[in-house]
Design a protein around this ligand. Structure first.
Ligand code: NDP
Length: 254
């Protein structure tokens, strides 16, 4: 296998949830740059349209709400009809919530869990036949440092992102025989609207993060995008059930 073809996604079709903004958009750009057709999913049509026009002819959009898990089978059938079998699913749609643990309600935790975990699981289940049919199927979840270390004020988010670790391992062992690989990327602190909101009015938090990050800076969204492109490519054909930190060294810093 030559180097370019090992990383090529030509002929593949990918659904990226939350593909209209931030990390999801960067993932979509990197997959498209590697040759994949990309379907950008999200609730708001306008950012999806803008993102698709930035990417060009390999991109299309799908207005969807991952919280509506009951709609996942219908959505999967619609996508199959419009685009052929989906061979790559990137479960990136996510929400965060910054609150002390004692003030975090059951409803808060369930809401964060629904979007970050249940939505992605329902889509993966509904798309399973297509991931198998497409060949070299690949599912990538976007996890977080909150699944790797204790971070104050984000308990609901930590619960949700930690659950992804279990899902990745369980699905990887069940779906290996179907030729479907399941992995996650755990981004460190990446410069996006979500992380800017988390730093708002809390300069000490940002300083703490930068001092423990070996590379001394926030990551770019493309740093996550290229790692997802790798995981979906033939170059990663023996990689499954794993969570790759893309964090500038934050998870091993002192
Ligand atoms: P953004 O807020 O920019 O992106 C979140 C995306 O998810 C939006 O496009 C949003 O679109 C979509 N989304 C949210 N809820 C739903 C829903 N119910 N159905 C469909 N789409 C939905 O944040 P980021 O790009 O920063 O985050 C992307 C992922 O990366 C998340 O999973 C996050 O937890 C993770 N992450 C981010 C880090 C960071 O530093 N930024 C670090 C580690 C992980 P819309 O509102 O239109 O539906």
């Amino acid at each position: 296998m030559t180097t370019p073809s090992a990383y090529s996604l030509a002929g593949r079709t990918a659904l990226i949830t939350g593909g209209g903004t931030g990390i999801g958009l960067a993932v979509a750009k990197c997959l498209a740059a590697s040759g994949a057709k990309v379907i950008l999913g999200g609730r708001r049509e306008e950012p999806l349209q803008t993102a698709a026009s930035e990417i060009g002819e390999l991109a299309s959009i799908q207005v969807m709400d991952v919280n509506d898990t009951a709609a996942a089978p219908v959505l999967a059938a619609t996508l199959r009809e419009k685009h052929g079998p989906i061979g790559i699913l990137v479960n990136n749609a996510g929400i965060n919530m910054k609150k002390p643990f004692t003030e975090t309600t059951e409803a808060d935790t369930l809401s964060v869990f629904q979007t970050n975990v249940m939505g992605g699981l329902a889509l993966a289940r509904a798309l399973h036949p297509q991931l198998k049919e497409a060949g070299q199927g690949s599912v990538v979840f976007i996890s977080s440092m909150a699944a790797v270390m204790g971070i104050p004020l984000v308990s609901a988010y930590s619960v949700a992102k930690s659950a992804i670790t279990g899902a990745v391992r369980a699905m990887a062992v069940e779906w290996g025989a179907d030729g479907i690989r399941v992995n996650a990327v755990a981004p460190g602190w990446i410069d996006t609207a979500m992380s800017r909101r988390a730093f708002e009015g809390d300069p000490a938090r940002k300083q703490k993060i930068l001092t423990r990050t070996a590379l001394g800076c926030l990551g770019d969204t493309e740093d996550v995008g290229w790692s997802v492109a790798y995981l979906c490519s033939p170059a990663a054909k023996f990689v499954t059930g794993t969570i790759i930190p893309v964090d500038g060294g934050a998870s091993m810093g002192f």
